[in-house]
Design a binder for this molecule. Structure first.
Ligand code: DMJ
Length: 653
């Protein structure tokens, strides 16, 4: 290699020094002279460079280079230029069957541009009503039908605006009036939907299709293993216990997928063994495996599932052998030993307080009090502990001394979330007799209102932030979106009506976390803007852009729809399902979590289908679209935190 000489560099100066002349003629001559002075090699390189720039700026070509052309999206070739992404099926966002909602693109025209659809599904124009000082501004989409049949979202003008379901609302009317019109619109939609069984059947069928597709991938590439890796057509193990299969059992039963259920049942009966030298996480295996087996036993009456539940339940008990009786996080179900994580003797508060529904039920079914006693002891201790703030709990608890650690940090998200959920649900499960649970729940909700609730700017979305040593942070995990559903459930069971009001506000916020993303799918964590003059309500940090196919928002939509019958919640769920289909469905079977909800062209799939997608997300979507209140009646069942329904105990129990 020779050292670079001056000849190896191309230097182009756009204007001669000291002779700058703005005349077009001069510039043309000057450029031409410079061009002539270049060597042939230099000219060729420049021409090649310009040619490449031209190519790259032509979208069809860049898409081709990135493997995004329609024809190639469904191929499975492992070309170097093509990332795994193209295996994710492109599915157009389609209108909710038979509903004709204007919130979705007009797909009867073949030339609907995918880009417009993406833009449509992601763009929300948030308009502050200048004349309205009484209430928060309304969030509105504006759709415009173009000559070529496409539907686009356009910037909000002052005159007419379009409501959630497409009703034209006068921008100058006040909020109350606009709300009335909106709900009138919903009433109309309710009427249409309520009178159309076909519509309900289509919605339910769409969820079944999604389930079958996910199941096919699991069956083909991960059968009997914990999780499907749909892109690499393989699997990953966490506990090595067929986690997805067990988590999905009651979903198949509820969806009426008998054939699939029978196959899975045979696997549980003949292949599943818990006599394995394996460490499992107490919380995860309780909510997914014990919960899944117990609920399937209840739905089917098949005692094989109860026997399996007893087996795993008893193998998890060594976790409670700690100095404080606050359980360790991990248990070896083969050896009967338990331990905390390697780096700490702490357990997570949500984990030790979200195993109660399952262990209590196991005691009731077996008439063996040891399970219930162990988890009740945890609740008793947590109830008495110092370090709470208005009923809010810290995130960690020490298994040696039973005290909270890392105090002063309060969140409704990861590591604390289901503590609150299980306070309410245990109270419901036990027939609303255990007053202490109810008091702790109601106090905690007051604590949320006092310390964690804020409004975003500019649109006034109500959100639940976090508190760290007195400092408020406007950060909200997607996990917090269980809260609207839980609040609504409490209101249904007789708690104050303002819980329902808050549930509705938070539900809207959780849906906005989807709607305002370019893919129409929520990121894992968002940050809300609170300062006046913000141009958008929601920001997402780079590290938080992933979507794991989580259920919390559709879970809450299910509760809100069940209790209000407001069809907008079904519409929202439908849009979310469409976007899961569009951005996470893998052509060869299964769905994948993605790394980036902000770039519809490059979602960066993670190659993993979490078991809760089948256990929870699709189950809640199905229940959301069902108009049968008897399908898992909320007066007879309470869902554990993994969406496994357990019976509310009869009052004689
Ligand atoms: C599930 O395992 C449960 O819903 C849990 O309570 C929270 N995390 C996942 C789903 O996001």
């Amino acid at each position: 290699m020779h050292p670079p000489s001056r000849q190896d560099y191309i230097s182009i100066s756009l204007a001669g020094q000291g002779t700058y002349n703005n005349g077009k003629q001069w510039r043309r001559q000057s450029c031409w002279r410079k061009w002539k002075r270049l060597s042939r090699l230099q000219r060729s390189l420049i021409l090649l460079f310009l040619f490449m720039c031209g190519l790259a700026s032509y979208p069809a070509v860049t898409e081709h280079l990135r493997g995004l052309t329609d024809g190639e999206r469904s191929t499975e070739s492992n070309s170097v230029l093509r990332p795994v992404f193209p295996q994710v099926l492109p599915e157009p966002v389609s209108p909710r069957p038979e509903q004709g909602s204007q919130l979705i693109p007009d797909t009867e025209h073949a030339d609907v541009s995918p880009r417009l659809i993406e833009k449509y599904s992601a763009t929300v124009i948030i308009k502050k009503k200048l004349s309205n000082k009484r209430g928060p501004p309304i969030l509105q989409n504006r759709l415009q039908k173009k000559g070529n049949g496409t539907v686009a979202v356009e910037e909000q003008k002052e005159e007419g605006v379009v409501s959630w379901r497409g009703a034209v609302v006068d921008a100058e009317k006040d909020t109350e009036e606009a709300k009335e019109e909106e709900s009138k619109d919903h009433l109309l939609a309710n009427h249409k939907s309520g009178s159309s069984n076909q519509s309900e059947a289509s919605l339910l069928e769409a969820v079944k299709d999604a389930f079958r597709h996910a199941w096919q991938g699991y069956k083909d590439f991960a059968w009997g293993h914990d999780e499907l890796r749909p892109l690499s057509k393989s699997y990953s193990e966490w506990f090595g216990l067929g986690l997805t299969l067990i988590d999905a059992l009651d979903t198949m039963w509820i969806l009426g997928l008998k054939e699939e259920f029978e196959e899975a049942r045979t696997w549980v009966a003949t292949e599943l063994t818990f006599n394995k030298n394996v460490d499992v996480n107490l919380f995860e295996s309780t909510i997914r495996i014990l919960g899944g087996l117990l609920s399937t036993y209840h739905l089917t009456g098949d005692t094989m599932f109860l026997d399996k539940a007893k087996d795993i339940g008893s193998r998890l008990m060594p976790a409670f052998n700690t100095p404080s009786k606050i359980p360790y996080s991990d248990v070896n179900i083969g050896k009967g030993t338990a331990h905390p994580p390697r780096w700490t003797s702490d357990s997570t508060v949500a984990e030790v307080t979200s195993i109660q529904l399952e262990f209590r039920e196991l005691s009731r079914l077996t008439q063996d009090p040891q399970y219930q006693d162990a988890v009740a002891e945890v609740m008793k201790q947590v109830h008495q502990l110092d370090g709470k703030l208005d009923g809010l709990v810290p995130m960690f608890i020490n298994t040696n001394n039973g005290q909270f650690t890392h105090q002063g940090i309060f969140t409704l998200g990861a590591r604390a979330d289901s503590y609150y959920e299980y306070l309410l649900k245990q109270w419901i499960q036990g027939g609303k007799k255990e007053d202490q649970l109810l008091q702790d729940y109601v106090q905690a909700i007051e604590g949320v209102k006092k310390n964690l609730l804020q409004k975003s700017s500019p649109s006034g979305l109500t959100f639940v932030g976090e508190l760290s040593h007195g400092q408020f942070s406007p950060k909200m995990d997607h996990l917090v979106c269980f809260l609207p559903g839980t609040l609504a459930l409490g209101a249904h069971h007789g708690l104050p009506a303002d819980h329902m009001d808050l549930a509705k506000q938070l539900m809207e916020t959780c849906y906005q976390m989807y709607l305002q993303m370019e893919t129409g799918l929520s990121p894992e964590i968002v940050h809300f803007n609170m300062h006046e003059g913000s141009i958008r309500d929601i920001d997402v940090k780079l590290a938080d852009r992933h979507n794991l196919l989580r259920p919390e928002t559709v879970e809450s939509l299910f509760y809100l729809y069940r209790f209000t019958k407001d069809h907008k919640y079904q519409d929202w769920g439908w849009n979310i399902l469409q976007n899961f289909n569009k951005y996470t469905k893998v052509s060869s079977g299964g769905y994948t979590s993605i790394n980036n909800v902000r770039d519809p062209d490059y979602t960066s799939p993670r190659d993993k289908m979490e078991s809760f997608f089948l256990g929870e997300t699709l189950k809640y979507l199905y229940l959301l679209f069902s108009d049968d209140p008897g399908l898992i009646s909320l007066d007879e069942y309470v869902f554990n935190t993994e969406a496994h329904p357990l019976p509310i105990w009869p009052s004689t129990a």
